[in-house]
Design a protein. Sequence first.
Length: 220
Amino acid sequence: MESLLAWGSALILVLSTPAFRANTSPTIILSNNVPVRLNEDTAYIRVVTERAGKIVAALKLPDSASFYRVRGVVAGQYEALNVVYSERDDRLKQLKEQQPAPVKTVEDSARKRIEEDVDAKVARLHEAYLAKLATELNPQQVDEIKDGMTYHVVEVTYHAYLERLPQLTDEQKARIMADLIEAREHAMDAESSKAKHAWFGKYKGRINNYLSSQGLEMKK
């Protein structure tokens, strides 16, 4: 099992590229509970717009208007997520630099509240993002967007399991795919390729534990 996990981890690192984060601290406001960035970093916008364009281009949409609308939705999600994570980084920095330094229990509690706030904001963004995509795309196309945002790791990893464990039953295959899809839902909101890698690594560990419980050994 360890060999597959290591193989998958290496594969994600090869397929992924480091996420580009804005270097400036943006002014952030909330509009309908969704973060909005002011004083945008134009270099960052160019990067995420190009990234979104490559993902959307794979859909081969019927006209340029559709392409630009969907590209805007995808790029907007990258920007909104970056706002949340940049705000988190600023809050954590302020906490670290606070004088006098808080006792550890107080600091840990503050860090936990910050992370819970981030999780709640990301969850709202996730739901709103999928709703926007659903107005433009069919379910299969939405899945293709998700795969594009996560380097197609679901497909690659799933086929690796099939190749290395040809004796898998339909039930076991379904379980593997379900876990990988769940990992993708988290990974598509992650702030960097490293964070996306971590989500898939977590779920591949879960899959490997499941396969071990089924008495399956990795193909040598």
